[in-house]
Ligand binder design. Structure first.
Ligand code: ADP
Ligand code: ASP
Ligand code: MG
Length: 403
């Protein structure tokens, strides 16, 4: 079998953990399997590097940031290959250039386009464990790129797809995918299985256990994933197309504090206003999430929407630039201390009442809802950030998700 194993930062945070991972990989290697290992930077090294850049130049270019950040993963793969070698097993570390993992040139948020597999196949053919840097790629300008925070999961899934791997295992610091972040909701329960669609919603809505693009890619190429702990041997969670279990009404709760809310007030109530507003934002690469348009009052209307925190400045500049010309609005305000809380479940497609139940739980907990959005398999509310944990607990309880 060819197995791709990905280990996150906590799993390779120090010497002891590196040897723990090396031994786990060697166990499977000695059974005769071909092993490809994908690693993140050690511990919080990516944050440390970002802080170093901030100290030198808060406006550093994204190209230079990627050049810096990719050193984190390069350190961990070299140390891992050394650890395996010291245990008597041949291993070779490779970075994105050596493999040739081609991406778009969107520094800081690049997308994988194509992976060359010859070098990996050659090394596997020589019975080496191949240890590959997660999170990084190369652009057509021969520069390093990175795939966005948490992107090593995507590297692993992409490699599994390109190599037609028999298994793709994502090892992390929790036992699998839970009904909520176990660090926020202590009664959260581990799921044995979850569908790609549900996992994609959860990951996109803040469940950082998997990078959302990794789930997108797994679904596209039919790569079955197992999310499990690097620190014990419990079974983990299988992420796949169809769950054989009865569809749960709600399979999980996700929270996301990385969001700000904009309100554009006093817009003219005529065709084309929303188009112009969101066109200006799109032209500046601002991704808009929840949108709410008010009913007309006194001849005008308001539109609110959310964006991620890093987009606040660009969004504000864009709106201010156009507020007196093409948009003709009275006022633009931004509220920073907000968060999204979502429930996700394939079962809600055929069961009414999920939204009502969620709103009731929030009402009982005395939490006000600022904005709502839904899809076929999710309900999201925007609330004050200080209530995030209470809201997650209350909703988790209302749907009887606790263990
Ligand atoms: P890694 O470094 O291994 O990639 P991450 O920190 O990126 O680890 O992801 C694991 C973390 O995701 C867990 O420690 C947990 O706090 C968080 N998390 C958020 N939502 C969930 C969830 N639904 N199930 C499990 N973990 C979750
Ligand atoms: N090291 C990168 C990060 O911290 C990528 C990853 O861990 O997946 O975001
Ligand atoms: Mg991660």
């Amino acid at each position: 079998m060819l197995i791709v194993k990905k280990f996150g930062g906590t799993s390779v945070a120090n010497k002891e953990r590196i040897f723990n991972v090396a031994k786990r990989c060697i166990e499977d290697y000695q059974k005769g399997h071909q092993i490809v290992v994908v690693l993140s930077a050690m511990g919080k090294q990516t944050d440390v590097l970002l802080q170093m850049a901030e100290d030198i130049n808060p406006k550093a270019s994204k190209r230079e940031l990627d050049m810096l950040l990719t050193t984190g993963e390069q350190t961990s793969v070299a140390l891992m290959a050394m650890a395996m070698d010291s245990l008597g097993v041949p291993a070779v570390s490779l970075n994105a250039f050596q493999v040739a993992m081609h991406t778009t040139a969107d520094y800081g948020n690049a997308r994988l386009k194509k992976i060359d597999v010859q070098r990996i196949r050659f090394e596997l053919g020589n019975r080496r464990i191949v240890v590959i840097t997660g999170f990084q790629g190369i652009s057509k300008f021969d520069d390093f790129t990175t795939l966005g925070r948490g992107g090593s999961d995507t590297t692993a899934v992409a490699l599994a797809a390109a190599l037609h791997a028999d298994a793709c295992e994502i090892y992390t610091d929790v036992d699998g995918v839970f009904t909520a972040d176990p660090r926020i909701v202590s009664t959260a329960r581990k799921l044995d299985e979850i569908t790609y669609d549900e996992m994609l919603e959860l990951a996109s809505l803040g469940a950082g256990v998997l990078h959302n693009r990794s789930v997108e890619m797994a679904k596209k190429y039919g790569v079955q994933l197992v999310v499990r702990s690097s620190l014990n041997t419990s079974e983990g969670t299988v992420v796949k197309e169809e769950s054989k279990m009865e569809k749960m009404l709600v399979s999980g709760v996700a929270t996301d504090k990385n969001v700000v809310q904009f309100a554009v007030e006093g817009l003219e109530n005529k065709p084309g206003v929303a188009f112009k507003l969101f066109q200006h934002l799109a032209n500046h690469m601002v991704n808009v999430d929840m949108i709410l348009q008010s009913v007309e009052h006194g001849g005008t209307q308001d539109i609110s929407f959310t964006v991620t925190e890093d987009m606040e400045e660009v969004a504000m500049e864009t709106l201010e630039r156009h507020s007196q010309t093409s948009l003709k609005c009275e006022k633009v305000t931004v509220t920073k201390d907000v968060a999204k809380v979502s429930v996700v479940g394939a079962g809600m497609m055929s069961n009414p009442g999920v939204a009502a139940k969620m709103f009731e739980a929030l009402y009982d907990a005395g939490i006000n809802i600022r904005q709502i959005s839904t899809s076929e398999i999710r309900v999201t509310v925007l609330i004050d950030e200080k209530f995030t944990e209470d809201a997650a607990q209350a909703v988790h309880e209302a749907f009887s998700l606790a263990k």
